[in-house]
Write a protein that binds this ligand. Structure first.
Ligand code: HDE
Length: 710
């Protein structure tokens, strides 16, 4: 997909998917290309935008630039003020539009909110994904939590679920948020590191704040390095409430389960992509949508009836705990789809502003202490980032009417006719507070003693960290050990890495031993506490593998040099395209690559071998062709490509002489590769798929689909 086709496809995606919010945004959307000529911001046409007005002698001498040049001054002034404060956390992000639909009205037993109960509705949504630690210009693939912030533009007002890709949080009480964020952000003396938690201050803090242990286990797992925003689960994390028509209340947690399964990069890939393509996740989201693969999630809820919340050995209002699905099953109630890219990043993705206190009738808060602080913080931060009228900004304004007596403030856009106070003497005082759809505050007894305390269940921090560890597959556990080893190796203060390796022994003895050995920590002699041995399958991302291998939206590199087999490449490309994968020709030069004699058509390479790396693709295919295979084998960059892809457990497919090349490149004796030539059978060994020739049944393609996905 060249840059040109990408922009055409993007325009097409914008034309085809529309909804009430997109229509609402059209009010402020201008097509710059449709203009009659270049103008100033005050609408006067411009004849010259390349030269500042000067005093000259009319011949060769150029004198001073004149302040009189209002056009030059406007252009520079505007430029001088283009930046706004970046988000204090979650500064780096990407976003897309879409819709949400429930399958039926089954959730009406919990809530009367139409967005969750009316299957005839399609609710427009906007989602912004983000990393937490890095600044706006940091890389996408760093080890971090990913934000998963969703705005539902419902007919009853905006409902924001400002979630993450990890179901628990580092702290239980909002008052600790500035501490945990200061600790993880770059250190104050030198502003290092960017996009990393691998530094003394973070590990110092989490070592002294053991309530973070559970979430730290998640961030050190493969969840911290997702392959794609489209392949992450989403979690509302905090406990909200649902209120039904009978006035009954349930505690609720919100979940998003990706259609493509939950997949991650491997750490070596994540590190390399951070340099090779820092926009990897951003581009992935855009590319999938413009290529006709909308990102899709099942939307699910977990509910606990009011009155049952004290029956668990954890407190359901503690954001450092999951509600294990064995105890509180998930109920899938709808589908969440992102099918439209943004038209301009700043007004949409940078200016979108979420607020946990944006809820609609039928949904309520709980006494989760983290949520209470968030409800204060989000509104507050938007004021310094966007100003008090932030809810009027096109991406943030609701699709339903907004009528009230709030007025003025910087950057007020709306012109409201009528009185600015209530009650008043005009038109029966309209707009008036109403019980017809008015937000009902749930009547709820509040009594007790004001104290700065945490209840006993809030003081247990290791059971669920251990549950998470126990539930991981062996390869996932190995990745956790490697991640801790990387992070703690970057801490040079022994107090820090020794403390943390001691803490790990509360979670698992073997984990603590392995990490302590690797990083020079205190290797424990015996466990600090017995392992309870419990597991919960849905905590492992292996649990979310799609029932059928899926290759849709995956990126396949096809390596070619002159003399390649064009017939095979055409057939493999067609088969992959029909499975909605994208193929990219990586060639000896960007431009036309010639096939071998009688071996089909020439092809135009999208990139030169130096232009891309194996890390940017999910699988690699090498066709047959003697001259081509020889050229590939003679090129160190290409040999490295194949070795690296193999090391990252990518699927590799090859045919005929391409198999010889793979054999040379990988040089693994235990790898069974199909012999060149004769037989048409396909051999799959260690994720490498090889065949004598391309078979009509596109077996190579079928086998390739099994491989990628990590
Ligand atoms: Fe946030 N968080 N947060 N957070 N958070 C912000 O709001 C805050 C927390 C999350 O794409 C800020 O608009 C406090 C949990 C996401 O625009 C700020 C506490 C979860 C985003 C803020 C938390 C999140 C933010 C910065 C502890 C997962 C990006 C900019 C009580 C459920 C939203 C902004 C976007 C952003 C405060 C904890 C997720 C400062 C005080 C738990 C996805 O207001």
């Amino acid at each position: 997909m060249s840059a040109m086709t990408s922009s055409i496809k993007q325009a097409f995606s914008e034309m085809t998917s529309s909804n009430a919010k997109i229509a609402n945004l059209q009010r402020d959307t201008v097509d710059n290309k449709a203009g009659v000529g270049l103008t100033t911001d005050f609408g006067v046409k411009i004849s010259n935008t390349d030269n500042w007005l000067r005093a000259t002698d009319g011949k060769n001498h150029i004198g001073p630039a004149l302040l009189e040049d209002h056009h030059a001054r406007e252009k520079i002034h505007h430029f001088d003020h283009e930046r706004i404060p970046e988000r204090v956390v979650h500064a780096r992000g990407a976003g897309a539009h879409g819709y949400f639909k429930v399958f039926d009205d089954r959730a009406s037993k919990y809530t009367f909110a139409p967005v969750l109960t009316d299957p005839s509705r399609t609710t427009p949504v906007f989602t912004r994904f983000s990393t937490v630690q890095g600044s706006r210009g940091s890389a996408d693939t760093v080890r971090d939590v990913r934000g998963f912030a969703c705005k539902f533009y419902t007919l009853e007002g905006n409902w924001d679920v400002v979630g993450n890709d990890i179901p628990v949080f580092f702290i239980q009480d909002a008052i600790k948020f500035p501490d945990v964020i200061h600790a993880v952000k770059p250190e104050p003396h030198n502003e290092v590191p960017t996009g990393q938690s691998a530094h003394n201050n973070f590990w110092d803090f989490v070592g002294l704040q053991p309530e973070s242990a559970h979430m730290v286990m998640w961030t050190m797992s493969d969840r911290g390095i997702p392959r794609s925003y489209r392949m992450m689960q989403g979690f509302g994390v905090n406990t909200f409430t649902l209120i039904n028509a009978k006035g009954e209340r349930h505690f609720v947690k919100f979940h998003w389960i990706p259609e493509l399964g939950v997949h991650s990069l491997v750490w070596d890939e994540a590190l390399k992509i951070a340099g090779q393509d820092p926009d990897f996740h951003r581009k992935d989201l855009e590319e999938a949508i413009v290529n006709g693969c909308p990102a899709k999630w099942k939307f699910a809820i977990q509910t606990i009836p009011e009155g049952k919340e004290d029956t668990f050995d954890f407190d359901p209002l503690d954001a450092t705990k999951v509600w294990p699905e064995e105890l509180v099953p998930l109920e899938v109630i709808g589908e969440y789809v992102l099918d439209r890219t943004v038209s301009e990043y700043f007004p949409e993705v940078e200016q979108v502003a979420f607020c946990t206190s944006h809820i609609v009738p039928g949904i309520g808060f709980s006494d989760d202490p983290l949520l209470a602080g968030r409800n204060f913080s989000y509104f507050d931060t938007q004021i310094s980032r966007l100003g008090i009228n932030w809810e009027e900004i096109p991406i943030n304004r609701p699709v339903c009417p907004v009528m009230n007596h709030n007025r003025d403030g910087q950057k007020r856009h709306r012109i409201t006719k009528g009185p600015n106070y209530w009650p008043n003497r005009f038109d029966a005082g309209k707009p008036v507070p109403t019980n017809e759809g008015g937000f009902p505050d749930f009547p709820h007894v509040v009594e007790g003693i004001k104290q700065r305390v945490r209840t006993p269940k809030f003081q247990e921090h290791y059971n669920q960290a251990q549950l998470f560890w126990n539930s991981l597959a062996p390869h996932e556990q190995a990745h956790v050990i490697a991640a801790f080893s990387f992070e703690l190796s970057h801490c040079d203060d022994p107090i820090v890495y020794e403390s943390y390796t001691k803490l790990l022994n509360n979670i698992d003895f073997e984990l603590a031993r392995a990490v302590a050995t690797n990083v020079g920590g205190v290797v424990p002699e015996k466990p600090l506490r017995p392992n309870h041995g419990k597991k919960s399958a849905p905590l492992s991302q292996v649990h979310y593998a799609p029932s059928k291998p899926a290759i849709a939206s995956r990126r396949i590199a096809i390596l070619v040099a002159d003399g390649f087999n064009g017939t095979e490449v055409a057939a493999v490309r067609a088969a992959l395209a029909s499975a909605s994968a994208t193929t990219w020709i990586i060639g000896a030069r960007r431009g036309t690559i010639k096939p071998g004699e009688g071996l089909g058509d020439s092809i135009s390479a999208d990139h030169h071998f130096e232009g891309q790396r194996s890390t940017m693709f999910d699988a690699v295919f090498v066709p047959s062709g003697a001259e081509h295979a020889k050229a590939l084998a003679g090129n160190g960059r290409v040999v490295h490509w194949v070795r690296e892809a193999f090391g990252h457990c990518k699927a590799i497919g090859a045919i005929g002489e391409g198999v010889d090349f793979i054999r040379t490149a990988i040089g693994m004796s235990e790898l069974q590769l199909h012999a060149t030539g004769s037989s048409r059978n396909v051999v799959v060994s260690y994720g490498v798929v090889t065949a004598g020739s391309y078979t009509a049944g596109s077996a190579v393609v079928d086998a390739l689909t099994i491989g990628p996905g990590g």
